[in-house]
Design a protein around this ligand. Sequence first.
Ligand code: IPM
Ligand code: MG
Length: 354
Amino acid sequence: MKIAVLAGDGIGPEITEQAVRVLKALATDGLRIEMEQAPVGGAGVDAAGDPLPEGTVRLAEQSDAILFGAVGGPKYDTLARPQRPEQGLLRLRKHFDLFANLRPAIVYEELAHASTLKPEVVAGLDLLILRELTGDIYFGQPRGVRVNEAGEREGFDTMRYTEPEIRRIAHSAFLAARKRARRVCSVDKANVLETTQFWRDVVTDVHKEYGDVELTHMYVDNAAMQLVRNPKQFDVIVTGNMFGDILSDEASMLTGSIGMLPSASLNAKNFGLYEPIHGSAPDIAGKGVANPLATILSAAMLLRYSLNQEEAALRVEKAVRGVLAQGLRTADIAEPGKRTVGTREMGDAVLALL
Ligand code: IPM
Ligand code: MG
């Protein structure tokens, strides 16, 4: 099995390095995994003048999965849009049709205090945000800046979803819920937006095939509020690309740190891109203090979904729980009386438990 490792920018290389060590440790335990690195994002611009160099796409095409770090940084903020690091990620999502983005938000008992919410509100939280990742206003055409009939400049984007796009993500949501508490909440803005009224209608129709799963609907503004009021009411939240982007960042903070949250972006063949949901954090890049656990947990998701290695995935997740129980904390989840460690030391501790 082959994994394309695209570390990217900022803290990307430091955190993926730790996940790679974890995968290598499993490999010496009998799992046959080959890994190869390629540049993406700003690193792709530096290496080949393109945030998604051709060689990187080719490597990914020859692989069973992509382990992704993070992209972006101040150095690249002034580039024209096609050259921006984020385009590397968006093009990968589109190229491989990675429409189903799984963003679990789990509160580890040891970290309930690290949340800005009261521990009793978040303790035991286990929520899955399923974000549609290849449609919506992110990719809708036309878009741009133009001069309108009144001679004024105006910016515009297009929100659109086709029925097949909604159907397949709805199926993913109901199937995911079957492995969990069998409750799906579909989030939209059907009171205002045509596209999302259509989303609601199609999700409702797909639900007819899943009588064993409960379906509710919620407007996105209410969902944003309910997530901080009583997040434990949710099991699976399914939503579009734009709302999912926002709600998943919000959900991450329920868990105490965005540095803990992994994600998987899958296509219909379970080929996937696995990345921490946090960004490249240029402010702490190169300092060796970033939390590698979200990336290590992303590697666990990679083992589970793309390599079909459930046992290895559980081993990694258990090791992560273990280091938290041992009291090890990176700066983002620091706690009085607990030992604050750097990126590599956190990786060492996970390896030791593996
Ligand atoms: C995310 C990020 C990306 C997105 C950016 C980096 C393009 O915020 O994965 O949530 O908006 O999808
Ligand atoms: Mg985001």
